[in-house]
Design a protein around this ligand. Sequence first.
Ligand SMILES: Nc1nc2c(c(=O)[nH]1)N[C@H]1C(S)=C(S)[C@@H](COP(=O)(O)OP(=O)(O)OC[C@H]3O[C@@H](n4cnc5c(=O)[nH]c(N)nc54)[C@H](O)[C@@H]3O)O[C@H]1N2
Ligand SMILES: Nc1nc2c(c(=O)[nH]1)N[C@H]1C(S)=C(S)[C@@H](COP(=O)(O)OP(=O)(O)OC[C@H]3O[C@@H](n4cnc5c(=O)[nH]c(N)nc54)[C@H](O)[C@@H]3O)O[C@H]1N2
Ligand SMILES: [Mo]
Length: 742
Amino acid sequence: MSRRPISLCHWGPFEAEVSDGRLVRTAPMEGSGADPDMIGAWPELLYSETRIREPHIRASWLEGKKAGRGRDPLVPVGWDEALSHVAAELARVHRDFGPASIFGGSYGWSSAGRFHHARTQIRRFLAATGGFTDQLGNYSWGAAQMILPHILGSHAAVSSAATSWASIAEHTDTLVAFGGLKPANWNVTSGGAGSHHLPEAVLNAKARGTRFVLVTPHAGDAPDGLDAEVIAPRPHSDTAIMLSLARQAVASGRADPDFLARHTHGADRFLAYLAGETDGQEKTLAWGAEIAGLPVEDLERLWSRIAEGRVMLTASWSLQRAENGEQTYWALIALAALLGQIGLPGGGFSFGYGSMNGVGADARSGLVPTMPGLPNPVPPIPTARFADAFLNPGRSIDFNGHTVVYPDIRLVYWAGGNPFHHHQDLCRMEKAWAVPETVIVHEPWWTPTARRADIVLPATTSLERRDIGGSSRDPSVFFMPKLVEPVGEARSDFSIFSGLADRLGCGAAYHEGLDEEGWLRRLWDVSLERAEKAGIDLPDFETASEINYVPVSPPAEPEVLLSAFRADPEAAALGTPSGRIELYSEAIAAMGYADSPPHPAWRPPLEWAGAAEEGELHLLTNQPAKQLHAQLYPVMKDGDGPAACRIAPGDARARGIEDGDLVRLHNGRGACRARAVIDDGLRPGVLLMSTGAWYDPDPEGGPERAGNPNVLTADRPTSSLAQATAAQSALVRIEGLDRERT
Ligand SMILES: Nc1nc2c(c(=O)[nH]1)N[C@H]1C(S)=C(S)[C@@H](COP(=O)(O)OP(=O)(O)OC[C@H]3O[C@@H](n4cnc5c(=O)[nH]c(N)nc54)[C@H](O)[C@@H]3O)O[C@H]1N2
Ligand SMILES: Nc1nc2c(c(=O)[nH]1)N[C@H]1C(S)=C(S)[C@@H](COP(=O)(O)OP(=O)(O)OC[C@H]3O[C@@H](n4cnc5c(=O)[nH]c(N)nc54)[C@H](O)[C@@H]3O)O[C@H]1N2
Ligand SMILES: [Mo]
């Protein structure tokens, strides 16, 4: 019997069993450590009733009515008719309103596979048509992405570089993880990965003697077997905790003056703030503990853990997805700078160990290229401000030192994302979504976003086409075979855009006369060149297509973040104005934003426990354990009722809520149903819901029915500097719903 083909998705590599042209079974590739439930969901997901099988157009749109989007019926049409409408509409809007009125940022994860990555494809296509309004930054680490270049010269510390687990296992005495090390987040990697070995890497470090301290309101953020110490502060108080530890480092004489002098800029001004010289408040441990809602002994103990030995400080990405999230990352870097271990093996700081599979893995990045982009003359808007932009054409906002003027959006084109999953304040977004004249969506499944389009084009999944896959955090490359024929009439995004580009007369610019195979060969040629430069052997295209899975040897030395800069701060100067780690930034000071101080500082958020009224709780929304965002929902959702909401026992008791009860969460922005799960590992005053439920508003005006917490979150930016999502900053109330149980 021949070997089963291997392919790849964001939640891991898998072996596929295909019988009579139908996918019947999927299992994790042997030794990969991928989650068998998520991988095993593929056959049901692929043929789900929720697949879009043919192109659809809203009947009332065809009659020229803008109103009715998301309510009036979508009717099936042939491909030719659908593509004619899309091409004509793009040409009309382009001609009458210009390229800036076409919104095609299309934020979203799409699927694994470098060539067929929908978001890359749509941006190239819309650029080929003459331009479009793009989105700058992401939802994952949007605040860090904008502020880290001011502090470190680039955002590599959050995106691609982290000190490797091998270095931690060998050298780290204590690892302090703000935001915890949530093990379920290791189920996925952007781009897919051959190896899911973080659970092992962490236990290996523990076995070698690393002690773990997790600072998180939820004990569930601790991996099994780690025996970690957990400190559970109020959400969003982390900045104050870090600043008080920094002050303690100075006050106790533990701060490293040589590191500060040689490797940082502006330390004196930051230290003056810590001492209270600029605002009359010394940032003592007692001050930090008060803000964090902790006994001061907890911070004294935390200080004693980091005062000695080799210390690695880390923060999850969730911490900066909050009001003033920029400050949290800056404060962590400042604390690490005072301890003076940045750039040493197993010491200093790194971000995101608990955020995604592959962070801290020993891997070579960037072997497989994506389809290259094309020039776009239109300036982008900050990613998470799109609903605000639709609602306020012509308005100016501050953004990282310059002014962005919102364009007048007439047409929205989305491929590879689900904004009715990912954006905040969905009731506000519904209003924004009604503004454009036309909405076009490519999707494999009838997601809430697809259902709110005027023209829906059915896209294939990565199992229905060939591709080359690989993540920058993984030592492998995958040649993903076409496992089955497309479901229904689905087509790849590339084939849809090629057809449209030909109609619009920009085919040569978009596809360059190449088909799927032609592009895969071209991309692989680039990989071979890159591999040769790096001294790695890769097989030729035919061999790789045959074997599917190509392991790539990891780099010889484990990565240590900023080691070259530590060794020689002149030769390996950072890309900041001073060439050093900036603890005070003149560039940020010059922006003059009231909400963006020029050194790390505590600024109380608008929505957090410190501002809560009687009965209000802080709602945190983390990533779903067995879904990738809203992907997999049709198969992996937990039962028929709404999503779970975790609540601490005392908070439940005070409201007469029992485990399993149906509950209603609400605030001034919206309301949703949920199923109460009483969790004694959760800090009182905090509610925790995972994202990923398919938005299902009640036409009768009752609470949203699936448990999508984004009806409760605020569409408010982290700060004027980053304009990133602050999804974690939300106060809500919760109550039982008529004692109904799910
Ligand atoms: N409240 C709250 N909200 C959040 C977050 C939070 O912490 N709290 N986290 C945020 C974060 S970090 C992120 S990254 C976002 C994620 O938000 P999204 O990336 O928008 O979420 P996904 O569900 O992964 O959406 C990807 C969509 O692409 C579709 N797709 C897959 N393959 C293809 C393809 O080949 N072609 C096409 N055309 N479509 C395809 C999938 O079916 C899916 O619907 O959510 C953000 N939202
Ligand atoms: N299984 C699975 N894994 C995923 C994803 C998925 O959809 N499913 N999505 C991936 C993506 S796109 C991203 S960006 C990453 C996101 O990675 P993260 O942002 O790190 O992950 P989250 O699950 O949002 O949050 C992790 C934990 O942070 C804690 N936390 C939240 N706010 C605070 C705070 O103010 N203080 C402290 N101390 N702790 C806080 C919460 O207890 C929460 O459980 O996850 C990736 N991993
Ligand atoms: Mo993300």
